[in-house]
Design a protein around this ligand. Structure first.
Ligand code: TMP
Length: 216
């Protein structure tokens, strides 16, 4: 009989706007690939056909289009579909999953910045993810004004609904991520994202090597 395949590991990248998560997610997938580890690169909101449909509702239109509770429900509806149809099958097949944003974004954006009680959000998240939780979360920390300026430069056209929520909102997002990292230091590593792409990639590789036992 064939040996059972060990499940893949689940890595999430988190942080504010323009922190370079997508670039670094691609770099990390390539770095792991060079070490013989198969990776699936995915994102939230999105990552499955249904969740990508819900994403369009969330990231386009006026900033006040949804209140924070509605946002959280939509985010977690998308997340449920993504977990069931994309993330779990990949992990079960032994593929590592690198996800650009996951539930910490709900806690930072809809919770710390949006004012929804964290207990309410945790109930939504529990329903969406069950026991599918990250092995490692990389929190890309950056000054929000610098990040917003970068995001405006490179953003994909219409997807600016959250970017337009203002500096106070994005400062609260950053503080939220830092608090979450402090509360769960075993799962979360804070990465200073205000450095060159090369330096940030090296810091991420170091964290993955150290925490998940990958040969550097
Ligand atoms: P992206 O630009 O990184 O793809 O993410 C789209 C926006 O969605 C981003 O501004 C953060 C926001 N977001 C939340 O507010 N809550 C969530 O749970 C997730 C996953 C994203």
């Amino acid at each position: 009989m064939a040996e059972p395949v060990p499940p893949g590991r689940f890595i999430t990248l988190e942080g504010g706007e323009g922190a370079g998560k997508s670039t670094q997610a691609r770099r990390l997938a390539a770095w792991l690939g060079e070490r013989g580890i198969d990776c699936l690169l995915t994102r939230e909101p999105g990552g499955s056909p249904g969740a990508e449909d819900i994403r369009t509702l969330l990231v386009t239109g006026e900033p006040g289009r949804w209140d924070a509770v509605t946002e959280a429900l939509l985010m977690n509806a998308a997340r449920r579909d993504h977990v069931v149809r994309t993330i779990r099958p990949a992990l079960a097949a032994g593929t590592w999953v690198i996800c650009d944003r996951f539930f910490d974004s709900t806690l930072a954006y809809q919770g710390y910045a949006g004012g929804v009680p964290l207990a309410t959000l945790r109930a939504f998240i529990d329903a969406a993810v069950g026991d599918t939780r990250p092995d490692l979360t990389l929190i890309m920390d950056m000054d929000p004004d610098t990040g917003l300026a970068r995001a405006h430069g490179g953003g994909s056209g219409a997807e600016t609904r959250f970017e337009r929520k203002g500096t106070a909102f994005h400062t609260a997002v950053r503080e939220g991520f830092r608090t979450l990292a402090g509360d769960e230091p075993r799962r979360c590593a804070v990465i200073d994202a205000g450095r060159s792409v090369e330096d940030v990639a090296a810091a991420i590789a170091g964290a993955v090597a150290e925490r998940l036992g990958v040969a550097a």
